[in-house]
Design a protein around this ligand. Structure first.
Ligand code: FAD
Length: 335
């Protein structure tokens, strides 16, 4: 029923949900080491940024997110999602003040609680904010399990082989084709007019004796425990850059930010980079092609693929199969 181009988080979550609806699908993907999903830290964070912004459509998203991943875990007999309370460190009194000016708002009640505690090894003199309903997806394990369990082909999609009239690609006949190529939608002749903003992100891996627990520290950088002495530290944002090479400039930036919260020695052991499929108005780009009615794009999840894709895949499938309206803020017809 569905030919899906691109096997990152978007393509595979779509495939899982299509199967639940009784639709057949195949994913065509050529794995790239800098695809967003390969590099991603996999964090789910409902309250992010300098001004403690609650994720768009947070209630709908977090109501069902953990259940979605745990159902998939049961089905694939694997374990890749860990619900977590996140710990946001206030690095300055100014940050703490911003929080205190917002703390009374009802919308934060089920997510945030301020704790006046210090964490050994971190500069946490101004207290911390505990953020509930967070989590962490082991993205590599998740994608590996999907590839092992669902129909897919490891090859680069070649637009020369696509025949939109006969709805065929190579030897595959499809009813619907959905493009989920992440930032590489830039090379897709049907959808590259849309306002995507490929945004390069860089991460460090460090070793330090800071004790690891079941939380991820957030602040000027995030610090994600990876077992033993290893931590992932990120991330940077550089719009309109699509090269994959880690840079000294961003390494220095991450070190500077890390030093604002870490109070123990560390060694840098690795640096990685990936490209996020971000968009001009920071909302996904989902919808039907203007002249090929069985052709769709499902993309633009920026830095929040792990949390946004499950809900939006469900709504997208309802749009394709039942003609239900897409949320106006994601529909490509807004451009
Ligand atoms: C440094 C960094 C940290 C991040 N951290 C987080 C995080 O903590 N939490 C979070 O939610 N998100 C995070 N993200 C963002 C997250 O990775 C994305 O939102 C998500 O992975 C997007 O998934 P996607 O499937 O749309 O795109 P991608 O992951 O880019 O997948 C697209 C796939 O399509 C394939 N493809 C493209 N063109 C073709 C073609 N012609 N033929 C065949 N295959 C093709 C690519 O090889 C790739 O496998 C991070 C991103 C970066 C860069």
């Amino acid at each position: 029923d569905f030919l899906i181009v691109g096997g990152g988080l978007a393509g595979h979550i779509l495939q899982i949900q299509l199967q639940e609806k009784g639709c057949s699908s195949i994913v065509i993907d050529y794995s790239k080491s800098n695809a967003s999903s390969v590099v991603a830290a996999g964090l789910v964070n409902p309250v992010a940024g300098k001004f403690f912004t609650l994720t768009w459509r947070a209630e709908e998203i977090f109501e069902s997110l953990a259940t979605f991943y745990s159902d998939v875990e049961n089905r694939l007999n694997s374990s890749f999602f860990t619900p977590k309370t996140l710990t946001r460190i206030f690095a300055t009194p100014g940050e703490q003040n911003i929080w205190l000016s917002k703390a009374h708002q009802d919308k934060y009640k089920s997510y945030c609680s301020f704790k006046n505690i210090e964490i050994k090894g971190l500069k946490s003199n101004y207290g911390v904010l505990e953020i509930a309903k967070g989590g962490e997806l082991d993205v590599s394990l998740f994608l590996g399990s999907c590839k092992a369990s669902y129909s897919n082909r490891n090859e680069k999609f070649d637009f020369e082989k696509l025949n939109v009239k006969s709805k065929s690609y190579d030897d595959i006949k499809y009813k619907n084709i959905v493009f989920c190529e992440g930032y590489e939608v830039l090379y897709n002749p049907y959808f590259n007019h849309l306002p995507f903003v490929p945004t390069k992100g860089e991460l460090l891996e460090i070793e330090t004796s800071l004790p690891q627990s079941n939380t991820v520290y957030l602040g000027p950088v995030f610090m994600q425990p990876r077992g033993g002495k290893l931590w992932k530290v990120g991330a940077t944002y550089a719009p309109n850059i699509v090269d994959k090479l880690p840079t000294k400039e961003k390494k220095d930036d991450l070190i500077k930010r890390l030093n604002k919260i870490i109070d123990v020695p560390y060694n840098i052991v690795n640096q990685t980079a990936g490209i996020r499929p971000a968009t001009e108005d920071r909302r996904p780009l989902i919808g039907r092609h203007s002249s090929n009615e069985n052709m769709y794009v499902f993309n633009g999840f920026g830095s929040k693929g792990v949390s946004l894709i499950p809900l939006l895949a469900k709504e997208f499938i309802d749009f394709v199969l039942n003609n239900a309206p897409l949320h106006p803020e994601v529909n490509i017809n807004r451009f």
